[in-house]
Design a binder for this molecule. Structure first.
Ligand SMILES: *[C@@H]1O[C@H](CO)[C@@H](O)[C@H](O)[C@H]1NC(C)=O
Ligand SMILES: *[C@@H]1O[C@H](CO)[C@@H](O)[C@H](O)[C@H]1NC(C)=O
Ligand SMILES: *[C@@H]1O[C@H](CO)[C@@H](O)[C@H](O)[C@H]1NC(C)=O
Ligand SMILES: *[C@@H]1O[C@H](CO)[C@@H](O)[C@H](O)[C@H]1NC(C)=O
Ligand SMILES: *[C@@H]1O[C@H](CO)[C@@H](O)[C@H](O)[C@H]1NC(C)=O
Length: 204
């Protein structure tokens, strides 16, 4: 190949690259993440997705963050732990209120099942960081919401994450119902954190 052709070829390859590098670390405004699509952290340590759970009555889907393969895919964060999803569910970064929103057409067409509670409404991307933290960022790269601070929905504390308590908010950890069911349940769910410790007694 002569040098006159190398540059256009390289240019063409670069143009094609975004198509190939499909597990992306960011979700832009109005982009969707469907069942089994993944948002992968830059170094590939963690992935966010709507993944199947549970053995017996067919898979139920949950929006969660887990260690990416080939490490054992331990789940570190679950959004909708008490509302299992169908295989039609999707996550969207809403253009209107700039929050991550979870929908499941099988559960009512416009019924929102989870939202990322960011009150500033200036986010333009959602990104999964290598610490395992899902964040919303504004146009300056400032983090306006992060899953580490909203851990109430999960049972795992990762390195770099902490349990805090102030006048208005605190985050906590809450155990799963069983090993393959993140639901909170009525019995056998324990909560750990600052302040009033709400623990429900019963068998684990
Ligand atoms: C998602 O992946 C799981 C596990 O690989 C598979 O069993 C399931 O059929 C997939 N669902 C969809 C909707 O692709
Ligand atoms: C976590 O998110 C839920 C639902 O989005 C919200 O109701 C709750 O206030 C949040 N908790 C913290 C500690 O931010
Ligand atoms: C980004 O930073 C500039 C300069 O500090 C500021 O004027 C602007 O309001 C910021 N934008 C957002 C979305 O915070
Ligand atoms: C409480 O902590 C949350 C999370 O760190 C923070 O967003 C909020 O501003 C804090 N509120 C006060 C009154 O310190
Ligand atoms: C919770 O545990 C108590 C005491 O073991 C039991 O009587 C009750 O039926 C349980 N409730 C549920 C919903 O499993």
């Amino acid at each position: 190949m002569d040098s006159g052709k190398v540059l256009p070829t390289l240019f063409l390859l670069l143009r094609l690259l975004p198509v190939w590098t499909s597990p992306s670390p960011t979700l832009g405004l109005s982009s969707r993440l469907n069942v089994n699509d993944t948002l992968v952290s830059p170094w590939g340590h963690f992935e966010l997705g709507i993944f199947a759970f549970g053995p017996s009555q067919g898979p139920k889907y949950q929006l969660c963050i887990r260690y990416a393969a080939p490490i054992e895919q331990v789940v570190t964060w679950v959004a909708n732990r008490d509302v299992p999803l169908s295989n039609k569910a999707y996550l969207e970064l809403s253009t209107v209120d700039r929050n991550l929103q979870l929908f499941d057409p099988a559960n009512g067409l416009n019924k929102r099942l989870w939202i990322s509670s960011n009150t500033e409404r200036i986010a333009i991307t959602a990104q999964l960081l290598d610490m395992g933290n899902l964040v919303l960022m504004d146009s300056n790269g400032t983090i306006t919401w992060d899953s580490f601070k909203n851990s109430s929905t999960t049972d795992t504390l990762l390195p770099g994450q902490y349990l805090y308590k102030n006048d208005t908010k605190r985050n906590t950890l809450t155990s799963w119902l069983t090993n393959d069911n993140p639901a909170t349940g009525k019995n056998g769910t324990y909560t750990f954190g600052w302040g009033t410790l709400a623990s429900v007694s019963g068998p684990i």
